[in-house]
Design a protein around this ligand. Structure first.
Ligand SMILES: [Zn+2]
Length: 136
């Protein structure tokens, strides 16, 4: 289950940026073709977060559908799998969305402020292959 390793990376990245402050919420974007199971990440998160600044934080996973654009006819459509062809029959499809795996934002609890601070989007999967095997 490579989701365990992915979850460990997510927790490590956010914990590093939190610099000792308590993290109250993490938002993760997961594309339909990212090759990870959101339920498995949710399952791992509480255990992995234990003893870190993320302990007790809420993990929100936003699923992103896979969309492609046909290079033959220009149609944009939703893909259920990597190999879903265009309605015109073409398999020459440009990937638009679906491989996302990134930390969208996280909220820190700041003792000196009344409201939590939300950090900016941070890509997680930079440098990883766009598709195929993904050893995180
Ligand atoms: Zn087409």
């Amino acid at each position: 289950m490579h989701e365990l390793g992915i979850t460990q990376n997510i927790v490590a990245i956010v914990a590093e940026h939190a610099r000792g402050r308590t993290v109250v919420r993490v938002v993760l974007e997961v594309g339909a073709l990212a090759g990870v199971m959101p339920d498995a990440i949710l399952f791992c998160f509480d255990v992995v977060a234990e003893g870190t600044p993320l302990q007790g934080a809420a993990l929100e996973i936003r699923r992103i559908e896979a969309r492609g654009r046909c290079r033959d006819c220009g149609t944009e459509f939703t893909q259920d799998t990597l190999f879903t062809p265009c309605s015109c029959g073409s398999h020459d499809v440009e990937r638009l969305t679906g491989h996302e795996l990134r930390i969208k934002e996280y909220e820190l609890h700041l003792a000196s402020e009344a409201t939590p601070q939300t950090a900016q989007e941070r890509p997680y999967a930079d440098g990883l292959p766009a598709q195929g095997e993904r050893d995180v």
